[in-house]
Write a protein that binds this ligand. Structure first.
Ligand code: TMP
Length: 223
C-alpha cells in the first residue's frame, strides 16, 4: 500500500469516528527515551489530523502552560544530581496538575484532539524505573493527580538509548545520566506497554523519520 493510501484508509476511520461515534481516541500521548524523535512526529500527526479538519492542540510535558513551563526550566535544566528524586517526581506532578487543569481538560471538553509530547508514562519510566521510586506508591498518587484522566492512546517510540543519546539535541539534565539509567527507562516504557496493550502501541524509532511517521500514523488510527 502506498503511504497516501495508508493516509486515506486512516482518514476514513477517523472521519467515521468524528462523524458520530464516541470520540474514543482524542487524547494521545507520545512517550520514549531521549532522541526518539517524538517532537517532530507529534507535529507530523497534528498536520495529518488538521488536514482531516480536526482541531488539534499540541502540547508537552513537563510544560504546556505558563506555570508548568517554569517548573520545566527548573527540573529539566541544571546539572545531574541537582534534585532529590522525590523532589524531581513531585515537581513533574505539580507541572502535570496545572497542565491538565489549564490546557488538556479544556481542550478535550470542547472536542479537540490533544497530542502531548510525554505524559504520565515518562514519570513511571524516569522517576520509577530510572530513579528507583516505589512504583505502587507512585501509581496511587498518580490516580489522585489525574483524577480519572487517562490517555486514549499512548505511542511509545522505542529506541536503543545509545542511538537515541547520540541523536539527542539537548541541553537537558536527563541526557547527562548514565547509560544504565537510560536502559532502565527504556525497560520501564516497554513494561508499561506490555501491561496495557489496549492503550499502548510500540513503534520502532530506529528507522528514518518518514518510515517512523507512517508507523506512528497507523498505530494511531488502527482501532
Ligand atoms: P524532552 O522534552 O526533551 O523529552 O525533555 C524532558 C525531559 O524530562 C526528558 O529527559 C524526560 C524528563 N521527564 C521526566 O523525567 N519525568 C516526566 O514525568 C516527564 C514528563 C519528563
Amino acid at each position: 500500500m502506498s503511504s497516501r493510501e495508508g493516509d486515506l484508509a486512516g482518514g476514513e476511520r477517523i472521519a467515521a469516528r468524528e462523524g458520530g461515534l464516541p470520540p474514543s481516541c482524542k487524547f494521545v500521548t507520545f512517550e520514549g527515551g531521549e532522541g526518539a524523535g517524538k517532537s517532530s512526529l507529534v507535529v507530523d500527526v497534528a498536520g495529518r489530523l488538521r488536514g482531516l479538519g480536526c482541531e488539534v492542540v499540541v502540547t508537552r510535558e513537563p510544560g504546556g502552560c505558563l506555570m508548568a513551563e517554569r517548573i520545566r526550566e527548573l527540573v529539566v535544566g541544571g546539572g545531574p544530581g541537582a534534585f532529590d528524586p522525590r523532589a524531581e517526581w513531585l515537581l513533574m506532578l505539580a507541572a502535570r496538575i496545572e497542565h491538565v487543569r489549564g490546557v488538556i481538560r479544556p481542550a478535550l471538553a470542547r472536542g479537540a484532539w490533544v497530542l502531548c509530547d510525554r505524559f504520565s508514562g515518562s514519570t513511571v519510566a524516569y522517576q520509577g524505573y530510572g530513579r528507583g521510586l516505589d512504583l505502587a506508591f507512585m501509581a496511587g498518587v498518580h490516580r489522585f493527580v489525574l483524577d480519572g484522566l487517562e490517555p486514549d492512546r499512548v505511542i511509545l517510540l522505542d529506541i536503543d538509548p545509545e542511538v537515541g543519546l547520540a541523536r539527542a539535541l539537548g541541553p537537558n539534565r536527563f541526557e547527562g545520566e548514565s547509560l544504565g539509567f537510560h536502559r532502565r527507562v527504556r525497560d520501564g516504557f516497554l513494561a508499561l506497554a506490555r501491561e496495557d496493550s489496549r492503550r499502548w502501541r510500540v513503534v520502532d524509532a530506529h528507522a528514518e523519520q518518514a518510515v517512523v511517521a507512517e508507523a506512528v500514523w497507523r498505530a494511531l488510527v488502527m482501532v
